[in-house]
Design a binder for this molecule. Sequence first.
Ligand SMILES: [Zn+2]
Length: 274
Amino acid sequence: MSPYFILHPPSRQSWATADPHQWLLDRRDDDLLAPARERLLASPDDPERCLRVALRRCGLALIHVANEQRVLVRHWSGPAPDLRGWAKQNSSAKANVVVTFEALKNGTFFVHQDDGDTLLCGERTGPDFEWAVYEARYAKRRVHEVDDSDDAFASVTNFEWEKSLHERLTWRVLKASWNAEAVPCPNCDIPLMLVAFDWRMGMLSFRSGRVVRVCLRCRRRFEVAVQEPLAWLASVLPPPLRPSHLRLWAAVPIDWGGLSLGRGRVVQRAGRGG
Ligand SMILES: [Zn+2]
């Protein structure tokens, strides 16, 4: 891999090069470098000056991949450039990389002791997330196991099934969803693993449904809003595995035929607050 990349943050385009100075001179007639062209022509033999004028006038950033664990990014000023698109394109989307941003205008350095937030999309999971347990279950997602009706501890929900009132999803429900959908990880492109979903009310109205997935490779967490939670659920769960109720102020029945709530009698279950 070339050690240097020229990055244009607004378009997320990047170009690999072994010699940034020569790259600028070779492309000084490109539209991208038009704001710096005059200076590039005036002092072509001064690498540092050429670079500074390109970063300042063209809004570019220079990425130097020093080694597997260390990246230096030079930009002119303002917020640090978003590196996630570049990292994915160049197989650099990983955690445990120290990224140093140098803002040339002020001569300031910002060292990011990275645990994934700079080069990876998504969020960290909590420290208690049981990766090994979920990984083992995911590996057997097409196999029936005798304890598939057990609750998955980290899979919180406010949907309810007639036989499961623990505000957790069972492995059986999770396995069905894993087999039904293939949402790619923004970092790795492998299918994400669904771990939780719910649909709650705000002060006056329903919020969007919330779906949480994780990636078994990069171990990042992705939470997305779903505008039609019942339609989405119907697309990932066969009828026998669909929840019967949604827990709001009470357990509200779900009408799967109409993909709506509330037909039939609202069920108040003893011992459960609203
Ligand atoms: Zn991933």
